[in-house]
Design a binder for this molecule. Sequence first.
Ligand code: ADP
Length: 200
Amino acid sequence: MNSSQNIFPDKRVLRRSDKEKILKQRAKAIWLTGLSGSGKTTLAIELENALIEKGFFTQILDGDIVRMGINNNLGFSEKDRKENIRRVAEVSKLFINCGIITINCFVSPTIVIRREAKNIIGVDDFIEVFINTPLEICEKRDVKGLYAKARKGEVLDFTGVNAPWEEPENADINVFTNKMTVAESLKSLINQVIPLVTQA
Ligand code: ADP
């Protein structure tokens, strides 16, 4: 039997569109990119709650969490960062094929890395969201104390300090968090996401 054959000949393999119909949504990857401390995880959690409340179905994929599981053998070299993103993009694609909206929180620091994710997921399904928070603000927040450690040379390959960060040039959505409350940033984000995930 080849892989395209259906093991239940009287039934057809359900397609993504069937599942999207059940879930009453269009599946997309909402890809949040930004520096550490920019607000990706905070806004992903808020966005997921807001979408679920409105009847959508979602899955968060967060860098810190996948690095404890499927990507626990990867570090922060350029090669490992690329592999990290390749795997999570493939995982996102599986969710999308199941009709589920993914909310991805990954620094994904370079144009090449984000392009790779977009190519894997597919141009039409990849929504690039730039959590646009200046480095000095992220560093001031220093949620995990990593900027201080990176400045002292105790953490190497830290994006924005001793590893490259390239801002997205043409993000689909820009979210500013500097001088904005979480609620204000969320409002701007959700207003732009909802039309993209709503079925015609
Ligand atoms: P990341 O996931 O990008 O590393 P986090 O979400 O873990 O960032 O941390 C962002 C921090 O910034 C949190 O402590 C959050 O409360 C704070 N913050 C302040 N204003 C905002 C805002 N408008 N949007 C998102 N986070 C904000």
